[in-house]
Design a protein around this ligand. Structure first.
Ligand SMILES: *Cc1c(COP(=O)(O)O)cnc(C)c1O
Length: 376
């Protein structure tokens, strides 16, 4: 059976991996060497220098390309580095349309780093397709969306955005970190590029920082992004790549289990007297539940909710948890909780009574008991 025709869980375990021909090792060896012997005529052949390419990085990239159904995967030292490379591939004067509720670190890259690159950026609510279309100009080169978004779990109609981008002759990029390749494949919906913070579900154990881009088509843009990886130098270490490849093996089953837990928590929270509103795409009350059903294979393991009693009540609940860990980030096996506005800082547009939850792999009843005592 080829990897292409295999089910997702099978691809998770096998893509990018092979038994080591030198030793028969089933788990891949880690290649720490930063340099590789050259042929007598110095012709570039095989591996040359660690920043340019490394066997562990190649294995990870082959795996990620297979999981997203892309031609080219490019791994970076963090999600922020992957996003930076995307914007660095543009020219001064190019126009970018970015969803208003993109990850706060992506917005910061555009506002505080790429501003000196003289990119022109319009921020729109990407769930409003008419507003997105209206923001297109002659210079629009790239549309950046994130779905589901952080921390309000808003969805973007990915196929519709891809269509707008195609007609504008612009690249369409989706930050699909919250969905992971287990639940959503933006390239199949017409996006040109999908971005992941592999720090989250792909690593899956809160112990490695990384990012990745996967391009639908090979070609000049994918080559430019590949160049920015090696020449820009924000590359993941061989050990990071090894850890990330190990994480992908369980991605399918982790997402099934963690998404089921998140939906149960969301349903339970929706009935709780101390909770005002719950945000999770799997809830029938979510305004884009139908879109979630259309473009996702599951609803994900992230949820957020507004506590009754404002900021004080929300902050208090996050200090009372015993099983949840009060920490930022997401996607690990341990459940995390945070007062999101406190993490994002004074400029944060996030509602002050909002609590964000990353559902882990604990038993759902234990998580419910912990939230119940924390909200009491
Ligand atoms: C964490 C995150 C990022 C940034 O990734 P890092 O690995 O922290 O650099 C980007 N987008 C989303 C949606 C994220 O959750």
């Amino acid at each position: 059976m080829s990897e292409k025709s295999a089910h997702f869980e099978t691809t998770c375990v096998h893509a990018g991996r092979h038994v080591d021909p030198a030793t028969g090792a089933v788990a891949p060896p880690i290649h720490l060497s930063t340099t590789f012997e050259r042929k007598p005529d110095y012709a570039p052949e095989g591996y040359v220098y660690g920043r340019s390419a490394n066997p562990n990085r190649d294995q990870l990239e082959a795996c990620l390309a297979a999981l997203e159904g892309g031609t080219t995967a490019i791994a970076f030292a963090s999600g922020a580095a992957a996003a930076s490379a995307v914007f660095q591939s543009l020219k001064p004067g190019d126009h970018v349309i970015c969803t208003r509720d993109a990850y706060h670190g992506v917005l910061r890259i555009l506002r505080e780093i790429m501003s000196t690159w003289e990119l022109k950026v319009s921020y729109v609510d990407a769930s409003d397709l008419a507003a997105l279309q209206a923001a297109v100009t002659r210079d629009t080169r790239l549309i950046w969306v994130e779905s589901p978004s952080n921390p309000l779990l808003k969805l973007t109609d990915i196929a519709a955005v891809a269509d707008i981008a195609r007609r504008a002759d612009a690249y369409a990029v989706c930050d699909s970190t919250f969905a992971t390749p287990a639940l959503q494949n933006p390239l199949a919906l017409g996006m040109d590029l999908v971005m992941h913070s592999t720090t989250k579900y792909i690593g899956g154990h809160s112990d490695v920082t990384g990012g990745a881009l996967v391009a639908r088509e090979s070609g000049a843009w994918a080559e430019r992004l590949r160049f920015l990886q090696g020449a820009g130098g924000a590359v993941p270490s061989p050990f990071d790549c090894w850890m990330l490849l190990r994480g992908t093996a369980t991605l399918g089953v982790r997402l099934q289990a963690q998404s089921a837990t998140a939906l149960s928590l969301a349903r339970w929270l929706e009935k709780h007297p101390k909770v005002e509103q719950v945000f999770h795409p799997g809830l029938e009350s979510h305004p884009q539940h139908a879109l979630a059903r259309r473009q996702m294979r599951g609803f994900g393991a992230m949820l957020s909710f507004n506590a009754r009693g404002g900021e004080t009540a929300a902050r208090q609940a996050t200090t009372r948890v015993k099983l949840f860990t009060r920490a930022t980030s997401l996607g690990g096996v341990e459940s995390l909780i945070e007062h999101r506005a406190a993490v994002e800082g004074p400029e944060s547009p996030t509602p002050k009574q909002l609590i964000r939850v990353s559902a882990g792999l604990e038993h759902v009843d234990d998580l419910i008991a912990d939230l119940d005592q924390a909200l009491a």
